[in-house]
Ligand binder design. Sequence first.
Ligand code: SF4
Length: 345
Amino acid sequence: MTTPLLEARSIAKVYDMHRGLFAKATGIRAVDDVSLRLERGDTLGIVGESGSGKSTTGRVVLGLEPASSGEVLFEGKTMAPSVSPDWRRLRMRMQMIYQDPLGALDRRLPVAAQVREPLDIHGLGTIAERDARVSELLQAVGLSAGVTQRFPHELSGGQRQRVVLARALVSKPDLLVCDEPVSALDVSIQAQVVNLLSDLQAELGLTMVFISHDLRVVRQISRRIAVMYLGRIVEEGDADDLFVRPEHPYTRALVSAAPIPGRRMADRDMLQGEPPNPAQRPSGCSFHPRCPLAIARCRTDVPSLLSLGGNRLVACHVAAGSSPARSGASASGIAPAHAVEGLSP
Ligand code: SF4
């Protein structure tokens, strides 16, 4: 087995929350027992509602926040503590793209200087080499030479996100973590940026973690998808297979809620209720208050993430309790979510 570029082993992130000046701190588990493995050139999508822990997972695997427990490995070695010299060196090889491109850019710098800045800070290459790299990157992300001297506020949302992408790629990173990179963009621009990311990923052999609340967008770009709910991975599998044959009731609800051209709103099974407060995590399976399939055991026992055969992992007593035979019917023994009708495999 080859050494993965990135591996997270049972990581957890706990934040202390004080309810009053003299009250004892309560530990909020934003990420709980999450394990991930990313081979070089692979793309893993992480999907879930707000508060599912997906963005925190992204920050922890990059070392931007320390894990409360567990371990993150880069090229098989334990990642150095953040802001240490070793981590800073590694940081050049791992870049993050955020939802808000304007917030990620320096409003006082024109585009070319903005993209070149990481090379200037780290003294990489000669001036001529840096300029050539900037031109190459701006061309690769589809920005014309006419924008090089413009400032961020003079650009459209899509152009800004392209500048952010060029800046992230200028140091030739191995790993790119994209946290809701298209959520703030118009739907038409979203498709362009996702296609661009996909093309660059293939061309440059990038390894990518793509985080989004939108399962359709995640499916478009990812080879594998991990579904998170209240800090834990509840299902993981190959992107197309998971989308067509979701096993976990939460994944089914996400698939069902995805807008599909030609399907009426009334025909979509919308997820009922809000995710629980992480400070008052439900006992057993945390999804049980919203789950239409919950059985008595779900209120007391936390389901483990188990293999259902093939590449699928599911944390659900009902899905895991049925036959792993997966020909035709769903492995859970429950008919595949009707919401997948109309979706191409
Ligand atoms: Fe629903 Fe129970 Fe499965 Fe949780 S373990 S998703 S409550 S059936």
